[in-house]
Write a new protein. Structure first.
Length: 252
């Protein structure tokens, strides 16, 4: 439920249409939510701004028709409603010409919806418990062609995208290594010392030290622990077991 100062504010509806107080041009908004009190709260909050007018509000079943009749600049759309799915309404509205800027309203982690909604045409995600100032600012940004993504709603998905980008970056770094260096990195990832790696790969200890130094440099000047993290993010597994390699070269 939207609150301002701890109370739900309900005010009579005034259709501002295209001009507001003092004859200023207003941003036309339609609110779609299955809870009448939420719609009333949004009306009150947005109506306190001279440049914003809520021209209509309704439940999900009447959403497409209401938007078609009132042609708002901004649509605030509940993402989950009992009578119709918010994504279904979004798809219908996105096909209209001109289509309003749509912000999905949610009270929960919307991770499962974010990608589908953004792909379908949503311009943002807002929490229903956003402050009045945040809501008013969001409507202005949306009307101006911007996007609004509430961290509470989108953090899991954005985190997933960042993790994927990190994994791609790690994979590129690992691919830049030679085959021998990748084998060395895989053993560093397992926590082996240079001497243990030398014994495993049948190489001189000094040669392994050179390989490890090269690996750490190519991965961006990291230390052994950070190199192991890069290897994990790149999806590196243990090196394949090969036939007996050349005997180790004795000291230098």
């Amino acid at each position: 439920m939207l609150r301002a100062g701890g109370l739900v504010i309900v005010v009579p509806f005034v259709d501002l249409w295209c001009t507001g107080r003092g004859g200023t041009q207003v941003i036309r908004v339609v609110v779609v939510d299955d809870e009448p009190l939420v719609r009333s709260g949004l009306r009150a909050i947005l109506g306190s701004a001279a440049d914003i007018g809520v021209v209509a509000d309704c439940g999900g079943g009447d959403a497409a028709g209401t938007v078609a009749r009132h042609r708002p600049d901004v649509l605030l759309l509940d993402i989950r409603m009992p009578d119709v799915d918010g994504l279904t309404v979004l798809e219908q509205v996105a096909a209209m010409t001109p289509a309003p800027a749509v912000a999905m309203l949610t009270t929960f982690d919307a991770g499962e919806y974010v990608e589908a909604a953004l792909t379908t045409g949503a311009a943002g995600f807002l929490m229903k418990n956003s402050s009045p100032e945040q809501l008013i600012h969001a409507v202005r940004v949306l009307a101006d062609g911007g996007r609004i993504l509430a961290p509470e709603a989108t953090a899991p998905v954005i985190g997933g995208y960042l993790a994927a980008a990190t994994a791609r970056d790690a994979a590129r770094r690992v691919e830049a290594l030679t085959e021998r260096e990748r084998h060395v990195l895989a053993l560093v990832r397992r926590g082996l010392s240079n001497r243990d790696i030398a014994g495993r790969l049948h190489l001189a200890h000094s040669t392994v030290k050179d390989h490890v130094s090269s690996v750490l440099a190519k991965l961006g000047g990291v230390n052994r622990v950070q190199a192991a993290v890069v290897a994990d993010r790149a999806g590196m597994t243990d090196p394949p077991v090969r036939g007996r390699a050349e005997p180790p070269v004795r000291g230098r």
